[in-house]
Write a protein that binds this ligand. Structure first.
Ligand SMILES: Cc1ncc(COP(=O)(O)O)c(C=O)c1O
Ligand SMILES: [Zn+2]
Length: 439
């Protein structure tokens, strides 16, 4: 029996001793066959209070080693992921006050600053690589819309694990390039993300390989739950609202798990309201939610959701057309008092320009979707005066060069100096703000 942690099935309560047993059983509960487990630790929960102390100087995700499913620190593979700046952005707070008369504290989690690949998926990659090293696993399979795949490719390369990556054909070219240059294998599947999942599962079966366990995979949940600990360390309390771009939902599920781990410590007494934004080109969860809400959430509402085949998103990173996690996500959002809603993917460029102008940060399209979630939430009245808002801004523009080219807006083609008027950066301010002032 593993001393530090074990897994407990959330459906039937069965205990699974360790990764050995979990992996041997194809990452499913041996009793009920479901893959919805929580990692349970023998660590004294009070230990978290030391770790989130204001004077703590965390270097990486593994600052929270006592609350991660890894036995031996020697197996840690890290690049300082998981400890990113959480900043208050005054230009957004001033906007909320100016336009909606709301006094808010708006905190932005700067995952663009994550060292390895510039997304919050680095945390899952680092923990997976460390655990696979500890377990002696040498081959692994990932299917992803792009960011998880890139993070896993990065960290698993460092662990010497051969990784086969399955991407839908609309994945961003830059992701494909990153994974390939690490010398990990890219299979670009003709079809959408749902199709890529099928081919990846067949491949894993054919060669008897471990494959990423999806949005509830304890490797990903446990890594990403540390966001809750970081929020407490930096902000000092849970925010009233948590905003994120929603694809499969690992982020919000992980927040729920982090809060669960802190039960009884007095540090957190409620879930934040999850305000989750889906791109309008592929928004099955938002559509299901809107219908359920209009009908007053009838019994069994969470089982009903549309499947969007071959979506044509502008932001492929967050396009999950067959959201199998909706039956768990919708009740979580409902319990939190939150909402799942659509944002216009076309706004991503305007948001990227605004953030680049105001903060001198280049963000990727999925991050723009999260911030669009903030603008939309303000407009729809989902946010109340005096609240603390946390936005999980997921990614940098590292792997979205085409997006950056599209976002650039100042180029003028000239023949001679006569055509060049003297430049003043402030002339652009009105231009980048206009669409939001009229939002
Ligand atoms: C930057 C970014 N934001 C948000 C998401 C959505 O993730 P999830 O819905 O699994 O939490 C992703 C997923 O790839 C992402 O890369
Ligand atoms: Zn079970």
């Amino acid at each position: 029996m593993n001393q530090k942690f074990y897994f407990e099935c959330r459906e039937c309560g069965t205990k699974i001793n360790d990764f050995n047993e979990w992996f041997a059983n194809e990452q499913a509960c041996p009793s009920c066959g479901k893959s919805n487990v929580y990692t349970v630790y023998s660590t004294n929960k009070e230990k978290i209070k030391e770790l989130i102390n204001k004077d703590a100087k965390p270097q990486s995700l593994f600052h929270y080693f006592d609350f991660l499913p890894l036995n031996n620190k020697e197996n840690v593979i890290t690049e300082g992921e998981g400890i990113v700046p959480i900043e208050r952005w005054a230009f957004l707070e001033e906007y909320a006050l100016r336009k909606y008369k709301l006094n808010l504290k708006i905190f932005i989690s700067r995952n663009d600053k994550s060292f390895a690949t510039g997304t919050f998926k680095d945390k899952g990659g680092a923990l997976a690589a460390s655990v696979l090293k500890e377990e002696g696993v040498k081959e692994y399979v990932v299917v992803s819309t792009g960011n998880t795949a890139t993070a896993f490719a990065h960290y698993l390369s460092k662990a010497g694990v051969s990784l086969s990556v399955f991407l839908p054909e609309n994945a961003l070219n830059d992701s494909v390039a990153h994974i390939g240059t690490y010398g990990q294998k890219v299979y670009s599947v003709k079809g959408d993300y749902a199709r890529a999942k099928v081919v990846a599962a067949d491949y894993a079966k054919k060669y008897n390989l471990l494959i990423t366990g999806g949005n509830l995979d304890p490797l990903r949940l446990e890594a990403k739950k540390t966001q809750v600990f970081e929020i407490l360390r930096v902000i000092g309390k849970m925010p009233d609202v948590y905003i994120q771009a929603l694809s499969g939902g690992t982020g919000p599920f992980a927040v729920e798990k982090g809060i669960h781990d802190l039960e009884g410590t007095g540090l957190v007494d409620k879930l934040p309201r999850f305000l989750l934004a889906q791109g309008d080109r592929c928004a099955p969860q938002a559509k299901a939610w809107a219908k359920a809400k209009a009908e007053g959430f009838p019994k069994g509402y969470e089982k009903e959701y549309p499947i969007i085949d071959n979506p044509q998103p502008l932001i492929p990173t967050i396009a999950t057309g067959n959201p199998k996690t909706y039956p768990l996500m919708a009740p979580l959002v409902k319990r939190s008092g939150g909402e799942i809603f659509e944002i216009k993917e076309e706004l991503a460029l305007d948001i990227a320009r605004l953030v680049a102008f105001e903060r001198v940060i280049k963000i990727g399209p999925a991050s723009a979707a999260a911030l669009a979630g903030l603008f939309e939430s303000l407009k729809l009245g989902f946010i109340n005066d005096g609240e603390v808002i946390f936005v999980n801004m997921g990614e940098s523009a590292n792997r979205a060069h085409e997006f950056m080219f599209d976002a650039a807006y100042t180029t003028q083609h000239v023949n001679s100096v006569e055509e060049c008027e003297r430049f003043n950066r402030n002339d652009y301010k009105k231009q980048v703000w206009e669409i939001f002032e009229n939002y």
